[in-house]
Each structure stands twice: as C-alpha cells, then as structure tokens.
Write a protein that binds this ligand. Structure first.
Ligand SMILES: C=CC1=C(C)c2cc3[nH]c(cc4nc(cc5[nH]c(cc1n2)c(C)c5CCC(=O)O)C(CCC(=O)O)=C4C)c(C)c3C=C
Ligand code: FE2
Ligand code: FE2
Length: 321
C-alpha cells in the first residue's frame, strides 16, 4: 500500500557498525565515527593524523577479531538487532512508515531521509536509540538532520531515560532473567562510559544514567543500594566516568560475591560492547578474580515490550522537538 503524503514517518537511528568483521571494514567505520568532532573533541590538526596513522592501523585488526567472535549469519549484531527492532515497531504502527538508519556507516541517515522524501513523507520523527542523551551520540544525529533533512518537517526525541514503558521493559527483562536463572547476589547496571571532561563540560548523560538506574531499581522494588551502576568501554588515555565496570567486578569478586547479574540498559540492542566486552571479557575477568559466574542479561533487542515502548514513544504528543 502506498501511504498518503500526510502519513508521518518514524526513523530509528543507531550508532553504526562495521560492514564486515575485517580490519579494513572496521577501520573505515571507526574512521567515520571517531573523526566526528562531537565524539572526539581534540583539535583536528592533532587528532586526525593520530587517528589515521597510529590508532586505526593498530586498533582495527584487534577490534576486527572481537567482532568476528560475535558476528551473526545476518551480519553485525547491532545491525541485525536494529533491523529486527525496526520491523517489530513497524508491525505496531499501522499507517506509519517506519525506517531505520545508522549515524555512521550503512544504512546511512542521509539515504534514509532521501528515501522518505522520495516516498512523499513530510513529517519525520527521528528516534535515536540512545535512552540517555549525550552530546557525543544524540547531538551528532541532530547534526546529520540539519545537514540532510531539507524539505522534511523533522523532529527529534532527545532521550527517554525515565520513560515508563522503557523502564518497565528493562525491569521485566531483569525479572525474566531471574525467573529463568535464579537471582544473582548482586545486580549491576553497566552503561557506556564517557570522558570525564565531556561530563565536566555539562553533558547530562551521567545524571540520566543515574536516574535510569534509580527508576529501574524502583520498578523492581529494590532499594537504591541494591543496584549498582558502572561504566564500560573506556577508550584512550584520559579519565572516564567512574566507577569502571572492571574495577567494580574485581572489587565484588574480592569481597566474596560469587554471582552477579549484569544488564546494559543504555544499549537498545546487543552489540560488540555488550556481547564481547561484558558477556565474554568481563565474565572471564570476574571468574579469574575469584567469582563464580557473571550472568549477562541481554538487551531489549526486538522484544515485544521494547517495540511496544518505542511505538508508544513515537506516537506520544510530548518530547518531540
Ligand atoms: C571517544 C570515544 C567514544 C565515545 C565518547 C563514545 C560514546 C558512546 N558510545 C556509545 C555506544 C556505542 N559505542 C560503540 C562502540 C565504540 N565506541 C567507541 C568510542 C566512543 N564511544 C569505539 C572506539 C567503539 C568501537 C569499538 C572499539 O573500537 O572498541 C558501540 C558498539 C558498536 C558495534 O558495532 O557493536 C555502541 C552501541 C554510547 C551510548 C556513547 C555515549 C554515551
Ligand atoms: Fe503501505
Ligand atoms: Fe562508544
């Protein structure tokens, strides 16, 4: 069916991921991602030669091996799950065009906007799949909309870090994990980290992570002290948000904690940072430090509760600007 011109469109946007688990594809992806001045805020004359001559040649083959360990038959987990999530949301929004795009890599945001335009869309709601706002993730989506959104009436959802539907979906996924595997001695929520200087410059991301953790704790009927928050995926040499997930896991194991449940509610879908860094690396580290088991709780991915929450957000009257 061809929708009428007045049908609104929803565009789900995720970060992006390499096209293949190879050094060349990882290098191309990281080059686009890490040369965005919103992501690494160093002077270009200093950063770009450093990135291209030193960091990419060294890091890309190492990171490509990590991607290879989690790669799915259909591609990178982030790409596969984002596409499945868009399909699940589409099924809940009759009358809407629902598309997805990546901020870096493919399918490109510019291309997705072009297809919507060609298809006769006028109003486009853009939902970055970042529950917590950051100048390093959400704002680059706004930049791309300013650059490629001409001719469309575009609005953006800046964050959904305390949205009731999303909080309930995360809490339910943790309860389901407990029902299937029993309850670990501790519950740890691991969010992607951020350089401390970005936070000091006023980025509200860390506050939003704390508020999300508090809301999830409340939905689970836990006291704030019964849930621990940590930050992961540190990159480079500078100071990043604390506490670091590795330090927290070492400390828990050292204190005699045998089992810890870990969820990553800042990630809408599973990706390298959850499947390799947490479910594989951090789990091995916890065992080496004397723990018995780190039980990873998968992201919401294309689950029904997630798709319901995002479809409700997409059709909400508030939050869009
Ligand atoms: C300065 C560097 C980085 C900042 C700032 C940053 C913020 C940030 N990232 C996400 C979500 C994801 N990041 C992912 C991978 C990834 N992130 C960085 C660096 C920064 N991220 C790098 C170099 C990489 C690639 C992997 C590596 O080389 O180690 C991913 C996964 C992508 C995938 O393909 O699976 C996600 C998702 C958030 C939410 C965020 C700030 C809040
Ligand atoms: Fe249709
Ligand atoms: Fe990142």
């Amino acid at each position: 069916m061809r929708e009428s011109n007045d049908t609104p469109a929803l565009l789900l946007v995720n970060l992006g991921t390499p096209a293949a688990p190879t050094a060349a594809a990882v290098s191309a992806y990281l080059d686009e991602f890490l040369s965005d001045p919103r992501v690494v805020q160093l002077p270009r004359w200093l950063w770009l030669p450093l990135l291209r001559k030193l960091i990419l040649p060294r890091r890309s083959p190492v990171v490509a091996k990590k991607y290879a360990e989690v790669w799915l038959p259909g591609g990178s987990p982030l790409a596969v799950h984002t596409e499945a999530l868009a399909a699940a949301v589409r099924a809940r929004m009759p009358g809407w065009r629902v598309a997805h795009a990546m901020r870096y890599g493919a399918p490109s945001l510019a291309g997705a906007l072009q297809r919507l335009r060609a298809d006769g869309a006028r109003e486009v709601r853009v939902l970055p799949l970042y529950p917590q706002y950051s100048t390093t993730t959400t704002e680059p989506v706004a930049d791309a909309l300013a650059a490629h959104g001409a001719g469309l009436q575009v609005s953006l959802l800046r964050d959904y870090h305390r949205d009731a539907g999303w909080v309930a979906a995360v809490a339910d996924s943790i309860r389901a994990h407990w029902a299937a595997h029993g309850r670990g001695e501790r519950l740890l929520l691991s969010f992607h980290g951020l350089p401390q200087r970005v936070v000091d410059a006023g980025d509200p991301y860390a506050r939003q992570c704390e508020a999300s953790a508090a809301a999830i704790a409340e939905a689970l009927g836990l006291a704030p002290g019964e849930i621990q928050l940590a930050y992961q995926s540190r990159f480079g040499k500078g100071k990043w948000l604390q506490p670091d997930v590795v330090a927290v896991l070492r400390q828990l194991a050292g204190a005699g904690v045998r089992t810890v449940d870990v969820a990553c509610p800042g990630f809408a879908v599973d990706c390298l940072e959850t499947l390799e860094e947490i479910a594989m690396q951090a789990a091995a580290l916890f065992r080496d430090a004397g723990g018995e088991a780190l039980r990873y709780i998968p992201c919401l991915n294309a689950g029904a509760a997630h798709a319901d929450a995002l479809a409700a957000l997409a059709q909400a009257h508030e939050g869009w600007r």
